[in-house]
Write a protein that binds this ligand. Structure first.
Ligand SMILES: NC(=O)c1ccc[n+]([C@@H]2O[C@H](COP(=O)([O-])OP(=O)(O)OC[C@H]3O[C@@H](n4cnc5c(N)ncnc54)[C@H](OP(=O)(O)O)[C@@H]3O)[C@@H](O)[C@H]2O)c1
Length: 307
């Protein structure tokens, strides 16, 4: 078994995270379904492979794809990473997927002798580029300790929360709050603007209050200047996460009224056809519901993530 590291999935997050591993000096080999997206990685020093099975001789293969079904496909479908005779020693997945799907994937991988760690993250691609992700892992502790240094190369902090799929539950809870906060932030911003407070003034005051956070701060420039084309995370991915949150709430018998209302609002936004746009476009929807026509305030401001 070589020290080669494999990477599958070079979307917004995968590209930024894989680059951190390369920068830390690892021998990173990458595959992406849309081959053209791998080119920037080659420039950064990665080796591009032609098929997923070319990564089967790697010590560890990281995956960062969209949904549970996508992860199953890249692993087990024809031509999948573990569908051939040779297998990697372990798979480390950072996609935001369901707990049940993750447990099924663990069972299948472990039955083949392949170790499996869940390693979801908090932060968008810009946060990843700035080296400020939080990475929360679960699975066998010994496996986590073996790869902890690699995980640290991609994040400002890494944590192990327990065995099995517990990191999935953590991520689902995190992203449920992520949805609820943007919903509420958009609602109150529209209310404040309709009452007469300029948007950037209101948002800056919230950022500096007890309820401000890294999240409200880095969404502020986009909400002020309406730059929703600078996509960090799409409405469709957020809807997937709200559904995962409500699915977990049902499984554990926990009522989540705020998350349920937010889910419907996000679903309506997705239904209105928003595709390749940032989820913060929700502000526009909330404004339209209130008869408010939004205009960019064209204020130069920092999201606190510039390096
Ligand atoms: N963006 C964020 O702020 C953020 C933050 C934390 C976690 N996440 C989670 O991280 C994951 C990736 O997010 P992202 O924003 O990077 O998404 P993205 O930009 O849409 O990238 C998705 C990646 O998955 C690949 N993929 C999807 N389905 C596939 C399939 N069936 N077979 C092979 N490859 C497939 C895509 O390949 P192609 O290039 O060929 O389409 C692409 O490389 C999601 O689970 C998301 O919920 C996102």
């Amino acid at each position: 078994m070589s020290n080669r590291i494999g990477w599958i999935g070079l979307g917004r997050m995968g590209e930024a995270m894989a680059k951190k591993l390369i920068k830390a000096g690892h021998d990173v080999n990458v595959w992406n379904r849309t081959a053209s997206k791998a080119a920037p990685l080659a420039e950064a020093g990665a080796t591009i492979v032609a098929s997923k099975q070319d990564l089967a001789s790697c010590q560890a293969v990281f995956t960062m794809v969209s949904t549970t079904d996508d992860l199953k496909e890249v692993l087990f479908a024809e031509g999948g990473l573990v569908a051939g005779a040779s297998k990697p020693r372990m798979v480390i997945d950072s996609s935001s997927i369901s707990q049940e799907g993750s447990a099924e994937i663990r069972e299948r991988l472990e039955a083949m002798g392949v170790g499996y760690l869940c390693a979801p993250v908090s932060g968008n691609a810009k946060v990843a580029k700035a080296g400020k992700l939080l990475l929360v892992a679960s699975g066998p502790k010994a496996l986590y300790e073996e790869v902890e240094a690699m995980l640290q190369a991609m994040a400002r902090r890494v944590m192990w929360v327990g065995e099995g799929e517990l990191a999935r539950v953590w991520k689902i809870a995190h992203n449920t709050m992520f949805g609820v906060v943007i919903q509420n932030l958009c609602e109150i911003t529209v209310m404040a603007e309709k009452a007469g407070i300029p948007r950037h003034v209101f948002l800056e005051s919230i950022n500096d209050s007890v309820v401000g956070s890294m999240y409200t701060r880095y969404k502020t420039p986009m909400l002020t200047n309406l730059t929703f084309d600078q996509v960090t995370f799409t409405p469709k991915l957020l809807l997937k996460d709200m559904d995962l949150g409500l699915g977990a709430a049902k499984a554990y018998g926990v009522p989540m009224p705020a998350a349920a209302a937010t889910r419907e609002s996000i679903a309506r936004m997705v239904g209105r056809g928003y595709e390749d746009i940032d989820f913060a476009v929700l502000l526009k929807e909330m404004a339209a519901d209130s008869g408010l026509e939004l205009k960019s305030e064209n204020v130069k401001m920092s999201d606190g993530l510039e390096s």
